[in-house]
Design a protein around this ligand. Structure first.
Ligand code: NAP
Length: 292
């Protein structure tokens, strides 16, 4: 484990809700975008179980309210969750929701953005409108969250996490628009790290592999056969495992948090030998295509 150079993480200890490997750092106040289901919901649950006051944000008010109630019912210590409906694609709406959350809970120590979407299809089946919709949700949404949360995050210092994807680090068949949006998001986070560190904000990016969530089920409806076969061999993590890896990762100094050991090895190999990874991936695709 790496020493965290950012001293503003609340150093209070709490009973570990997710197993002995999850760190014992307590975030007093956290905001989770996309907190009503999937990865964001699991992150919000883990934080509230650890005693954090968590503001959760998503578009649909009913599932969001229901999630806040359930998360609060299982919260530990002073932990609780409250719903703040907002669409990350609406800059003014996100800013207004952040102001409300700050007025309710005070400035956040941790902001985790998990709002996003994937609609995998072959490039030839996609239109520029599909690209724009994906960029709006995954890149412009993250942009809006960053701008809206920043004035609150800088009040006491804190951590900002955006959720990209392993597909933003290693391109995968069927994800042309999605991979481009997530690679762009990783680049955005890299710049924000440099610009916001002097303001006391530690920016990280979470790059999950396939995770069993409602969003993943939706994604499977349009997934090309090759994408399904390629991703199927990589295994499926639970949202809870990803939340645990994120909280553990925030204790270390790596700015790209990649859940799963084999995924971390793949990313490392891509860094060392990108040509080899490209050849291996294409060879595997050719084998899969021959199996038709
Ligand atoms: N699951 C995977 O396999 C996987 C792998 C790699 C990366 N990721 C990334 O991880 C993130 C979470 O994925 P997930 O699978 O947990 O998704 P999910 O199950 O679809 O949940 C998405 C959450 O974000 C909210 N949301 C979506 N669009 C929003 C918007 N425009 N404004 C505000 N909230 C919005 C949703 O609620 P509402 O619909 O009510 O707004 C929901 O709470 C996404 O960025 C995804 O790209 C997922």
């Amino acid at each position: 484990m790496f020493a965290n150079p950012f001293a503003f993480a609340d150093p209070l200890e709490f009973a570990d809700p997710f197993g002995k490997d999850v760190p014992l750092t307590r975030w007093s106040t956290a905001w989770v975008f996309g907190g009503s289901q999937g990865i964001g919901r699991a992150v919000a649950e883990a934080l509230a179980a650890g005693g954090s006051r968590v503001a959760i944000f998503a578009r649909r008010p009913e599932p969001l309210e229901a999630a806040a109630l359930e998360i609060s019912a299982h919260a530990g210590g002073d932990g609780s969750a409250q719903a703040f409906p907002a669409d990350v694609e609406d800059a003014l709406g996100v800013a207004a929701a952040c102001d409300k959350a700050a007025a309710t809970f005070g400035p956040p120590r941790l902001v985790v953005n998990c709002a996003g979407r994937a609609r995998p299809r072959r490039f030839v089946e996609l239109t520029v409108e599909d690209l724009r919709a994906t960029l709006r949700a995954n890149l412009e949404g993250a942009w809006n969250v960053s701008q809206a949360a920043l004035p609150h995050l800088t009040e006491r210092g804190g951590t900002l996490v955006h959720t990209a994807s392993l597909a933003g680090l290693i391109g995968v068949y069927g994800y042309s628009d999605y991979a481009a949006s997530k690679a762009g998001l990783i680049a955005l986070c890299e710049v924000l790290r440099q610009e916001l560190e002097p303001k006391g904000v530690d920016v990280r990016v979470l790059c999950p592999p396939d995770v069993d969530t409602p969003g993943f089920s939706e994604e499977n409806r349009s997934k090309p056969r090759e994408t399904r076969l390629l991703s199927g061999s990589g295994g499926l993590l639970t949202a809870r495992e990803v939340a645990g890896d994120l909280l553990k990762g925030l204790e270390g100094s790596r700015w790209q948090i990649v859940p799963g050991r084999t995924n971390r090895l793949a990313v490392r190999l891509k860094g060392i030998a990108p040509g080899l990874v490209d050849r291996l991936l294409r060879a595997r695709l050719r084998r899969l295509q021959r199996q038709d």
